[in-house]
Write a protein that binds this ligand. Structure first.
Ligand SMILES: [Zn+2]
Length: 72
C-alpha cells in the first residue's frame, strides 16, 4: 500500500456518495490516478453499493405490483 492510502480509503465512501468536500474529492481523484489498489477498492465499494441498491428494488417492485393487482 502506498503512502496516504489509508487516508484516501477513509474518504472513499464519502467520495462515492459525492459527500466529500471539494478538497477531499480532488485529493481522492489525484490519488486514484496513481494508485491501482485504491482504484480497485473504489470499484469494490461501487459494486457493493449497486448490490445494496438492487436488493432494495425488488421490494419496491413487489409493492408496486401489489398495488397494480388491486386495481385489476
Ligand atoms: Zn492508494
Amino acid at each position: 500500500m502506498k503512502k496516504g492510502c489509508s487516508q484516501i480509503r477513509a474518504l472513499l465512501s464519502a467520495y462515492l456518495d459525492e459527500a466529500a468536500g471539494t478538497e477531499e474529492t480532488r485529493m481522492v481523484k489525484e490519488h486514484l490516478q496513481s494508485c491501482a489498489s485504491c482504484r480497485e477498492e473504489l470499484s469494490q465499494l461501487h459494486r457493493l453499493c449497486r448490490i445494496l441498491l438492487s436488493m432494495e428494488k425488488p421490494q419496491v417492485a413487489r409493492g408496486l405490483w401489489e398495488s397494480i393487482k388491486k386495481r385489476l
